[in-house]
Design a protein around this ligand. Structure first.
Ligand SMILES: Cc1cc2nc3c(=O)[nH]c(=O)nc-3n(C[C@H](O)[C@H](O)[C@H](O)COP(=O)(O)OP(=O)(O)OC[C@H]3O[C@@H](n4cnc5c(N)ncnc54)[C@H](O)[C@@H]3O)c2cc1C
Length: 503
């Protein structure tokens, strides 16, 4: 007998949504996540005993990085701390950052919840998926995330409207349609309250002035993370979550017999394996591609001729804007300040930004911290042409990407230059872009000739194997992608339940 009906690999926007939905529909689901549970107020209230603190204080640097890898790295990757929050990968033409921990990217993201900005995003890829068919899946995930539309009476400090009021050069950009924020926004910003939900999960409304939240996590659970809204209720219905379980390989067991999933139990159990009739891969684009490519290279999986093709970066382009406005503490408020653009620019690319989080907790001299509170990180994004390629070479992942093949980068670079010129405050942007939104490589398609997964999310030539994360996206969403990934996962779960119904 197999160990579970379904094994889900990874607990980010793809994995948590699928695992929760399938467990709530009565399937025996085991979720394997390589990172630990994070020590936050909601996770404590779930009764999880073994938790890892977010990187703060003297452990800021030691707990920050899990692994550093790259095309040229010996062995492909060096593991620094299995409990670390981020993984960095130095590919050719792009640097990739992703996170690790139960709840995946929801701990580190800026919580901008939005539908694709690329028009007609879901049209034309396959016959039975369209913008109309996907729309209810966005509604469902936005509702479960409890995402809110920020309004004036939320009194969010440091938004671009507040920040650049009176600037001759910069103005706030009109928000894209229906932008929402995955935060518990306070009813009274001067007096943020503790909130307990129907599942007994405790959280606090966000305290703007504390400046605690952002890409280093949300200790009080003000940011809505997947562990508390998706996994906690599903665990009450039987979902098994195994943290610190790093999947290395998937091996097919022969026709219809399912798959063996091999993993390292970082709790000290060494090399282990579990089997299930069906497996959902959702380890985030970088690691989903690594697992699938390695499994094929070592004979565990077959076929997938398009695997690794159409790798993209969502046009991400980051810079450090040396605004250094005396008297402004950019670390308070929410992690993102909303969009900015050059004054009068009617065709601006999407540009946003925000301050550094939790600066008071850095183990650094006071003066340096005061300077860091005035730092402004600026980020542009837009649709890229997904011309990158991931492959497996001499036992290690290799990614090649040429930003010159996507006009969005030249556009963002020239906008950054013009902002620097007009404001007199320089934006320092690296030559090689950094992406926190890798997509594709195991794309949705009509057949194995033009994609890796079909409209059910199932891998064409490996039945019972699914891809539920950003690796399956057929196109760059052009805006923050988490809701598109979650909507894809919700669609996949809905189809799965309809085809293999239990309850
Ligand atoms: C700083 C930052 C800010 C961001 N802000 C926003 C934002 O405001 N809005 C937005 O929409 N998006 C934002 N994003 C992007 C968003 O976080 C990602 O697009 C999203 O998390 C990707 O979802 P996913 O399910 O594909 O992968 P992930 O969320 O990365 O989840 C993958 C999970 O799989 C686990 N895993 C990896 N390898 C293995 C393995 N071998 N075995 C077991 N488990 C494994 C990982 O540890 C991780 O938990 C941001 C990202 C960053 C880094």
């Amino acid at each position: 007998m197999s160990d579970a009906d379904v094994i889900v690999i990874g607990s980010g926007f793809g994995g948590s949504v699928v695992a929760a939905r399938l467990a709530e529909a009565g399937f025996r689901v085991t979720l394997l996540e390589r990172g630990p549970w994070r020590d936050t107020v909601p996770v404590r209230s779930m009764g999880i005993e073994q938790r890892t603190p977010l990187p703060r204080g003297r452990q800021l640097f030691t707990r920050l990085l899990r692994a550093v890898g790259g095309n040229r790295m010996p062995g492909g990757s060096i593991k620094l701390n299995k409990q670390g929050l981020f993984e960095l990968f130095f590919a050719k033409g792009v640097k990739i950052a992703c996170s690790s921990g139960v709840g995946g990217g929801s701990h580190v993201y800026s919580a901008v919840n939005i539908r694709p900005l690329a028009e007609n995003y879901w049209e034309g890829h396959v016959d039975d998926i369209s913008d109309a068919s996907m729309s209810p899946h966005y509604d469902a995930v936005l509702e479960r995330m409890g995402s809110e539309t920020p309004m004036a009476d939320h009194r969010i400090p440091n938004t671009s409207a507040v920040r650049f009021k009176g600037s001759e050069a910069i103005e706030p950009a009109t928000p894209p349609p229906d932008p929402r924020i995955g935060y518990l926004l306070p009813e009274d910003p001067d007096n943020p309250q503790k909130v307990v939900d129907a599942n007994g999960i405790e959280r606090y409304e966000v305290d703007y002035q504390a400046g605690e939240d952002g890409f280093l996590g949300s200790p009080k659970g003000s940011k809505t993370t997947l562990d508390c809204v998706y996994l906690a209720p599903a665990m009450k219905q039987g979902l098994e979550v195994r943290d610190l379980a790093e999947v290395t390989r998937i091996a097919g067991l022969g026709s219809g017999a399912g798959y063996r999933v091999e993993f390292i139990d970082h709790h000290g159990g060494g090399e282990r394996s579990l089997s299930a009739e069906r497996v959902v891969v959702a380890a985030g684009t970088l690691n989903t591609l690594r697992i699938l490519l390695r499994s094929r290279e070592t004979g565990g999986l077959t076929g997938m001729p398009r695997l690794g093709e159409r790798f993209g970066t969502n046009g991400d382009f980051f810079g450090y804007w040396d605004y250094n406005d005396k008297g402004v503490d950019q670390s308070i408020g929410l992690p993102t300040t909303g969009g900015v653009k050059l004054k009068g620019d009617t065709d601006s690319p999407v540009i946003g930004g925000g301050g550094l989080p939790a600066v008071d907790s850095y183990p650094l001299p006071k003066r340096l911290k005061a300077r860091m509170k005035r730092a402004y990180m600026i980020a542009g994004l837009g649709e890229d042409n997904m011309t990158g390629r991931a492959s497996f070479h001499k036992g290690r992942l290799r990614i090649e990407y040429d930003p010159d093949q996507s006009p969005i980068f030249a556009r963002l670079r020239s906008t950054f230059d013009e902002i620097s010129r007009r404001t007199g405050h320089k934006i320092y942007a690296p030559k090689t872009p950094i992406t926190v939104h890798p997509t594709g490589g195991a794309c949705l398609g009509r057949s194995s000739e033009d994609g890796v997964v079909d409209s059910n999310g199932e891998v064409f030539d490996n039945p019972g194997l699914y891809v539920a994360d950003a690796a399956a996206l057929p196109r760059a969403p052009a805006g923050p992608p988490s809701m598109t990934i979650a909507a894809w996962a919700n669609h996949l779960a809905t189809r799965f339940i309809a085809r293999h119904a239990k309850r």
